[in-house]
Design a protein around this ligand. Sequence first.
Ligand code: ADP
Length: 208
Amino acid sequence: MNLIFLGAPGAGKGTLATQLGKEYEIPQISTGDIFRSAVKEGSELGRKVQGIMEKGELVPDALTVELVKERLTLQDVQNGYILDGFPRTIAQADALAAFQKIDMVINFKISDDVVIRRLSGRRVCRSCGAIYHVENMPPKVEGKCDKCGGELYTRDDDTIESIKNRLRVYKEQTEPLIAYYSGEGLLRDIDSATSPEHSLAQIKSLVK
Ligand code: ADP
């Protein structure tokens, strides 16, 4: 199964891609995670994308597509994969279609209010990338990852200003993909406003 998780920032794509990927033994490929680790390493790619990400803008299509192309040559994608946060523009979707066959696109539906509440309370583990929320999904010990004991931090782009910009960018550049994949008969909606468990159950009933 080659899957795409589509939806606004904060819709829960990353959390659910991790869970489903583990269960189905297919890799979760998150362009956001790849860019964040490049920033952390201070590589050339990281230096290029750091400012763009902090503002909540999109990394240029050519650079992003190249990265995904390279990632999809690795052996672990043979039984399928979950693309989380890619494609984010029509140009990226066209580029992907030229070399991959996608089986299903899961559209995570959510309102702006819920997104803002979720992202402003989100905490991420610096070591393993696990995702928490101060109210909805708190760690057992404040500031510490349940899974690896790593330090939890607030992403640089989870400020109110950047969240609002990411929502604007999503509406302008990514939302048109809903019509794009719907036209290809690949789109399936889920309601992602409640709990991760509820989202997971909905996805599993679609991906059988
Ligand atoms: P979120 O979905 O919470 O906004 P991501 O982790 O998916 O966060 O992405 C974080 C940032 O990384 C984006 O705001 C953007 O700057 C960059 N990015 C990630 N994926 C893409 C992509 N497919 N195209 C362009 N930029 C991207």
